[in-house]
Design a protein around this ligand. Structure first.
Ligand code: F6R
Length: 538
């Protein structure tokens, strides 16, 4: 199946009209198969314009429509007979047009005769199709026993609901129809399948990504050698779900093909319980999102160490202890699921949707220091999968002991937790300084912002603390930049909301050729990056 993706409905209609006109110009007495519904109206308008302009002559053309409600009178303004007259036949002169007769008292005979009539006209040269949200073409509804020739069929609830938009009341929608069968359609020499709008996205992606299956009747078109799907971006664009697992919150985000965040939400991370329980909660939340968005894949960013062999995760702040968390999630979700470290995901997000650099280092300043390395546009996590733990790079050989077992780790000096310790330390030593006063006013609890508040009020002790902190930060950045000289170093984390107050003095302490930027994506980097894992893996 060839696919043409157009920017919008008008473009899709023009493209389709060009192909139909090409067919008529090539064989003026050709047989066209036509569809009704909202999708082909733009195509018909274009054909009318082309005919009026003398660009194409339909006077020798014969048409067969796919289907008609049953029973229905031709004058009923919801009959497909009425529709075709209104949108095409009354405006373009053709040799002959046929539509299954919804007024017949013998539907079986009507179907047999219709099939014979198509054959006697030499078969259909070019068939136009729309697609139902449930994958139907014509009125061939999902059914294990797909009837293959023109037949009388019962409409499914979902089709009745979808078509009720054309009727005053859902109870007015006929429940039966006469329709060409799948085999009748497949006998056409060429087929154009049209799909437009967000409502068709799910079925289009199932059609393109799935197997031939009677639950999506349109998938039968895959056996035909000459089918072109012409659709607009809304129908084609894929969406991906990113899950960013954190110690306090689990964030969810949906991105589209252009990496725009369409939806965000979060749940609190359960502190107790097993990994399976956390993953079952994630599964339940994902299921709800999948109901609303046509998701093609899920990416998960998790803290901790991932054993790449079988995706087992161990994380200090979560009850993940060598747990196969993707396998747990697969019990709830039947979609491809991808996994990587959360800092790596954030780095990937910066690469593809933030600073747009192919070689970058992402440094996240928080409780610790997280690192994500992107080389040549791809996450670098080493063969074992745990590269990029730059927070545990040693900056002081006889320094503070770290929980990792080493001493002098960078995060013991330049993380936000380290900054808070430095603030408290200085306030204790200088109990009369402005910063110590601010801490008292805030019930004795300093946070990452305390130093900035104190500096704003002209506290020299705060200035000193901040300058020292920046020196620690710069020491690590200067060292790590020498290893692979990334195009950009991206800083993220709450403290970077200080912007230039942080960046300008930091830059002065860095080697001249180091380019540091503050993350634009910030808190969204995790979900965007996780979703990108899924997008780029497909
Ligand atoms: C109509 C037909 C149907 C429609 C389908 C999509 O003749 O055969 O299969 O093509 O229901 O309808 P719209 O275009 O209204 O979304």
């Amino acid at each position: 199946m060839r696919v043409i993706v157009c920017s919008n409905y008008d473009e899709m209609s023009k493209q389709a009209a060009k192909l139909v006109a090409g067919q008529v110009n090539l064989k003026p007495n050709c047989v066209l198969g036509l569809a009704t519904g909202s999708t082909p109206i733009g195509l018909y308008n274009n054909l009318i314009q082309m005919s009026d302009a003398g660009d194409v002559d339909f006077s020798e053309v014969t048409t067969f429509n796919l289907d008609e409600y049953y029973p229905i009178s031709k004058d009923n303004d919801q009959s497909y007979d009425y529709f075709m007259n209104k949108h095409l036949f009354s405006k373009v002169k053709m040799k002959n047009h046929y539509i299954p007769n919804g007024e017949t008292s013998d539907p079986e005979k009507e179907c047999t005769d219709y099939e014979k009539r198509i054959e006697s006209e030499g078969g259909i040269d070019l068939q136009i199709l729309g697609i139902g949200q449930n994958g139907h073409i014509g009125f061939n509804e999902p059914d294990i026993n797909l009837n293959t020739v023109t037949h009388l069929t019962r409409l499914t609830e979902s089709t009745i609901k979808a078509n009720s938009r054309f009727f005053e009341n859902i109870n007015d929608v006929p429940t039966m129809a006469l329709t060409m069968g799948i085999a009748s359609i497949l006998k056409s020499r060429k087929i154009i399948l049209l799909a437009s709008g967000r409502a068709k996205h799910k079925v289009v992606s199932e059609l393109l990504n799935g197997e031939i299956n009677t639950s999506i009747p349109a998938s039968m078109l895959k056996v035909h050698p000459d089918v072109v799907l012409i659709c607009d971006k809304e129908a084609y664009t894929s969406m991906y779900l990113g899950v960013d697992i954190g110690g306090t919150h689990i964030k969810f985000g949906v991105i589209d093909d252009e990496n725009h965040v369409l939806y965000k939400d979060s749940i609190r991370t359960r502190k107790r319980g097993k990994a399976q329980i956390i993953m079952s909660e994630i599964g339940a939340a994902c299921k709800e999102i999948i109901k609303k968005y046509p998701i093609s894949g899920i990416g998960i960013g998790t803290p901790g160490i991932i054993d790449k062999k079988d995706n087992r995760v161990s994380a200090a702040n979560l009850p993940f202890d060598n747990d196969p968390i993707v396998d747990y999630l697969k019990e709830y979700i039947d979609l491809p699921i991808y996994l990587d470290n959360d800092a790596n995901c954030a780095a990937l997000a910066e690469c593809k949707a933030g600073v747009h650099e192919d070689d970058l280092l992402m440094i996240t300043l928080g409780t610790g220091i997280g690192g994500g390395i992107i080389l040549g546009g791809k996450i670098y996590s080493g063969k074992r999968g745990d590269a990029g733990e730059i927070g545990h790079m040693c900056i002081q050989s006889d320094g503070i002991r770290c929980s990792c077992g080493l001493v002098g780790c960078w995060e013991k000096y330049a993380s936000v937790s380290a900054l808070i310790e430095q603030i408290n330390d200085a306030a204790q030593k200088n109990p009369d300084c402005i910063m110590a006063q601010i801490i008292k006013e805030e019930n004795g609890a300093a946070d990452g912002e305390t130093v900035f508040k104190a500096m704003e009020k002209g506290c020299p002790v705060a200035n000193e603390v901040f300058d020292k902190y920046l020196s620690y930060l710069a020491t690590g950045i200067n060292s790590v930049a020498n290893i692979f000289r990334p195009e950009t170093i991206v800083l993220a984390g709450g403290i970077t909301a200080q912007g230039d107050i942080l960046l300008k003095p930091l830059q002065k302490k860095l080697a001249a050729n180091i380019n540091v930027k503050i993350s634009r994506l910030q808190n969204d980097a995790g979900i965007i990056g996780a979703a990108l894992l899924a997008k780029l893996s497909q």
